[in-house]
Design a protein around this ligand. Structure first.
Ligand SMILES: [Fe+2]
Length: 327
């Protein structure tokens, strides 16, 4: 009986995914467009594609030495940091937000926003480089993993409680808010590391069942992290966090995240190629990152599945170009 239900579920799921697929003709047009910087510039003229922008132009309030020291202290104690107020200029966050809207209207998933310079640069400004090198060492590197989160007003929700990396250490996620992330539209919640015992966190990482009193400790240790557009958060790979449910008619919560790896840490094969954190990838590498994101996250984000074929084509096309450039 149970097996029958499971099989029925699988068939229904497969049918739903197939219904969502692009026609061969549309997939071919989308692939051609995806490969064209001119297409992306026309879709979002307010954003840039490979324009070598200055990192200095992005920051509204560069972090002072004291700010960096306080954020590093919080990272060491609690496993996360928050810029508390916007680090990036509001006009840049607004242009990025419009960019995400235009992508959605044109039938692209939000992760395609990583074709634009701004989506790479907001996590690579001078203040962020100082903070990240302070925490991860001067030779820290970036993983090619990218993701854009879009929480629909009222009906949406962020990702359920999880840690980003339960099977590897020394990875660090940086999260940037394109819109105000509020208590009503699904801001991030976090369990600060110093509020619960390492034994309890280990039980979580092992996915063991928890006792009632342990759940009470976790719930009471939760911190909500509402932030204004242009702000950044970051957390260690073993920190429990989630995006809340959007509860009211409000604006969407839109954010992006990227992952960095501590210096002298050996990456796993699915984390290659590592990227230099002080510069932004060229166009072929952006295509590879987006294609990897489609493959990596499509189990969690079903709307990515229809881009599987296009992502595979991009990977085949640009992987070769990238290899040739590196030789
Ligand atoms: Fe996460």
């Amino acid at each position: 009986m149970e097996t029958g239900k499971l099989e029925a579920g699988r068939v229904l799921f497969k049918a739903l995914l197939e219904k969502e697929q692009f026609s061969d003709e549309e997939a071919a047009i989308r692939f051609e467009n995806a490969c064209s910087p001119a297409y992306w510039r026309k879709l979002n003229p307010q954003l840039n594609v490979c324009q070598s922008l200055s990192f200095d132009d992005f920051e509204l309030n560069p972090s002072s030495t004291q700010d960096i020291k306080e954020m590093l202290g919080q990272l060491n104690r609690e496993g996360y940091f928050s810029t508390s107020s916007p680090l990036i200029k509001g006009e840049i966050a607004a242009k990025m937000l419009l960019g995400v809207d235009n992508l959605r209207k044109a039938g692209w998933h939000e992760v395609w926003a990583f074709v634009y310079d701004e989506f790479w640069q907001v996590t690579r400004t001078l203040s962020m480089q100082k903070l990240l090198s302070g925490h991860l060492g001067n030779k820290y590197m970036a993983l090619p993993h990218v993701v854009v989160h879009y929480v629909h007003p009222e009906t949406g929700a962020g990702w359920t409680p999880h840690v980003d990396f339960s099977d590897r250490e020394d990875r660090f996620t940086v999260w940037f808010s394109l819109s105000d992330a509020t208590l009503d539209n699904g801001c991030i919640y976090i369990v600060a590391k110093n509020r619960v015992s390492s034994a309890l966190l280990q039980k979580w990482l092992n996915m063991e069942d928890l006792k009632h009193r342990e759940v009470k400790v976790l719930l009471q240790s939760t911190k909500a992290l509402p932030v204004a557009a242009g702000s950044l958060l970051g957390w260690r790979g073993d920190v429990v966090h989630w995006g809340a449910i959007s509860t009211k008619k409000t604006h969407p919560r839109v954010s992006l995240s990227v992952v960095y790896i501590k210096e002298n840490t050996t990456p796993l094969p699915d984390e290659l190629p590592l990227l230099q954190p002080e510069c932004i990838p060229d166009f072929p590498m952006r295509m590879i990152s987006i294609a990897k994101a489609v493959k990596y996250y499509n189990i969690h984000v079903l709307s990515l599945n229809k881009f599987d074929g296009i992502a595979k084509q991009l990977m085949d096309t640009f992987k070769e170009q990238n290899m040739n450039q590196m030789q």
